[in-house]
Design a protein around this ligand. Structure first.
Ligand code: AKG
Length: 283
């Protein structure tokens, strides 16, 4: 896509807090990635820690995910928003099994991530269809302009968020948009965008890959240096520990980094939480 064609993307993003849908690969290619994911899930189906790591730290341990986060079709619109220097600081699968009650409450991503700055955008890539029936995301257009609002923890069992956090605001769902995607399409959303998703009422899996891109200028208030991959331009700040791309699936050294990444992320994201029902021992 030529840079000029991307101008409306930035304008829409700045006004509404999101852009969707953007086709970034063919449906066939998305299905190939889905098959690669399902093959590795099968290999580790009896190992909950490895399953957690390949789900939540997919960009560190799975070479095919590293390939996805570097695709120009994804990065070009992201660069239009963040500029030429881009880090991928996480790539995680959000999977809803058939007929699953798993849902996501209304929240803003940057609430508990511990960053100073808002130069962050999530690219959510559909590896299956994301429909109203199977629990696609819902966005509240323009809500990113409210900046961060207070949230409260629920630790609800079927809530996919770490703390089951909910924004302390009433969202009128009539004002929200359903972010329906076909396989190979993505949405982009702002770190202050109010968003949620409902359970999967369909007989099929719903699989999305959420890639968290940041500008290297972003930093952790605590001084922690999270892991990231440099995917475009340069890092002139050193706020992150830059990782090499994974070469083989679930390599020992990458798994060790993934465990460390989860431990660092949980230290930040559970900061101040009273109940800690979902904390995992990643060792
Ligand atoms: O996949 C979902 O349903 C929610 C994902 C989400 O909240 C996010 O990517 O920020």
């Amino acid at each position: 896509m030529a840079a000029n064609n991307l101008r409306p993307i930035r304008e829409h993003y700045e006004r509404e807090g999101y852009v969707s849908p953007l086709r970034v690969m063919s449906a066939e290619r998305a299905n190939e990635y889905r098959r690669a994911l399902e093959a590795i899930q099968k290999t580790y189906e009896n190992d909950p820690v490895a399953t957690g790591l390949l789900t939540w730290t997919a960009g560190i341990v799975l070479p095919f995910v590293d390939e996805i986060v570097r695709l120009p079709s994804i990065l070009n619109p992201v660069k239009e928003i963040l500029g030429e220097d881009v880090l991928s600081m996480a790539a995680s699968f959000f999977i809803k099994e058939p007929k699953s009650p798993a849902f996501v409450s209304w929240h803003q991503d940057l609430t508990y991530w511990g960053y100073k700055g808002v130069s962050e955008v999530t690219a959510w890539l559909a590896l299956t269809e994301a429909s109203r029936q199977n629990g696609c995301m819902w966005f509240l257009p323009g809500s990113q302009k409210q900046k961060l609002v207070d949230h409260h923890d629920t630790f609800e069992k079927t809530n996919m968020l770490s703390r089951g956090q909910r924004a302390n605001v009433h969202v009128d769902e009539a004002d929200a948009v359903a972010v329906t995607l076909r396989p190979g399409e993505m949405s982009l959303h702002h770190g202050h965008m109010f968003h949620s998703s409902k359970p999967n009422a369909s007989p099929e899996r719903r699989i999305g890959l959420a890639i968290r891109y940041v500008s290297p200028s972003m930093f952790q208030v605590s001084g922690q240096r999270p892991f990231a991959h440099l995917v475009a331009g340069n890092d002139r700040y050193g706020h992150f520990q830059l990782l090499d791309s994974p070469i083989t699936m679930m390599a020992d050294g990458d798994m060790e980094k993934a465990r460390h990444a989860m431990a660092m992320h949980e230290e930040t994201s559970y900061n101040g939480a009273v109940g800690q029902g979902k904390r995992t021992d990643w060792r």
